[in-house]
Structure formats: C-alpha cells, structure tokens
Design a protein. Structure first.
Lengths: 113, 116
C-alpha cells in the first residue's frame, strides 16, 4: 500500500541554520504531496503542497520539490527561527478512491536561540 | 464556526468503558474525516463521510469503533469497551467538496483519549 517515510527526529538546529527534513514516498499513480506542521497544543496546519512532478511548493520560507524520479519531497528552509520549532509531517493523497491522507511519522524540529 | 471544534479536549476512560468523541466541522463543509494519532506517530485514517453518508470506514481498527454523522454536520466517534491500545489523539478534519484534494482541509485540535 501507499506509505510515507520521514527522517527520524528530533532535529536540533541553531537559529539561522539551514534545514532539510527528508521525505520519501511509495504510491501507485501520481499522488499529491503535502507538508503539515503541528505547533505545541495546536492542530495540524497545511504548510505547503505540490500536485505534480517538478512542482515546487513554498510558504513562509519553506519549500519542497516533488521529485518523481526519486519519489521524494524533502522540506527545506534557508534560515530557521526559534518560532519554527514544531513537528513536521510529510503526507500524500492518492487521487484514486477516498481523498484520505497517508502521513509519515513526523519529525520534531527544535531551534535554539 | 471559524474552525473545526472537537470535544472533549481530554478524556480519561477506564478500560472497558464506552466513550463518545464529538466533532463540529466548519459550517457547510460536506467532507469529514476522522484520524487516530498514537504517541510519536503520524495520524492514521479511520473513516470518511460525505454529508451524512459514510463512504469509507476501512481504517476503523475493530468493530468496537463506530462513527456517525446523522444530519451531515456534527459527527460522533464512539469507542465501545475501550482498551489501552485505544489511547491516542483523535483528530477530525473537514473540507469543502471542491478543489484540489487535500487543500482546504481544516483539522481540529483533537481529543486526547487515555485509557487506564
């Protein structure tokens, strides 16, 4: 079945450091890909999305490119801030059947001042 | 309302007790999803409603889990004879019917169920 694999955390960075969180997927067909963020005590929030190969999703300085050849959707940010500390989830939706998310296990990011 | 509201926010149940978790979706949203998020894991799909119709319940882990949405708005997830492995955060999400799949989904803050 469809699945998403994320790098394990926690990831601890200093403020202004470069961030990469790896995500790879297995799916039939051409899924849509997403990154969600979960701040402490809050609900999941959509961070960015890409719906076809080579699409780049971007938001709040974060970006990720849909790479069909490597089945990857790595999240990057050039300069992290303390306020970026959260848990990040990579997810896919397969366009056949129910539009349900398949989530990765999440990666906790901690940014130190 | 402005967002998806879930209640209660926290629930402690004794093993064997029945529980009911409520989700108030955004007004007018036809699609409603329930997910289960175990500690340290990503959310896992439980069930999907379009209006009052339950179109997919393939993720419900056992026949102890039951969900309903009788009037196509508020939904209730019921767990009978709770077990310790049911301890998790239960998330509800709603969306409008149109648009790119996955975009326009709003998640609630969840109900944290602890079975003791």
């Amino acid at each position: 079945g469809d699945s998403v694999t994320q790098m394990e955390g926690p990831v601890t960075l200093s403020e202004e450091a470069f961030l990469t969180i790896n995500c790879t997927y297995t799916a039939t067909g051409y899924p849509s890909l997403f990154w969600y963020v979960q701040y402490p005590g809050e609900g999941l929030q959509l961070l960015l999305k890409a719906t076809k190969a080579d699409d780049k999703g971007s938001n709040k300085g974060f970006e990720a490119t849909y790479r069909k050849e490597t089945t990857s959707f790595h999240l990057e940010k050039g300069s992290v801030q303390v306020s970026d500390s959260a848990v990040y989830f990579c997810a896919l939706i397969n366009l056949s059947g129910t539009y349900k998310y398949i989530f990765g296990t999440g990666t906790r990011l901690k940014v130190l001042a | 309302g402005a967002g998806v509201s879930q209640s209660p926010r926290y629930k402690v149940a004794k093993r064997g007790q029945d529980v009911a978790l409520r989700c108030d979706p955004i007004s007018g949203h036809v699609s409603l999803f329930w997910y289960q998020q175990a500690l340290g894991q990503g959310p896992e799909f439980l069930t999907y409603f379009q209006n009052e119709a339950q179109l997919d319940k393939s993720g419900l882990p056992s026949d102890r889990f039951f969900a309903e949405r009788p009037e196509g708005s508020v939904s209730t997830l019921k767990i009978q004879r709770t077990q310790q492995e049911d301890s998790a955060v239960y998330l509800c999400a709603s969306s409008s019917a149109s648009g790119v799949p996955g975009v326009g989904y709003t998640f609630g803050s969840g109900t944290r169920l602890t079975v003791v």
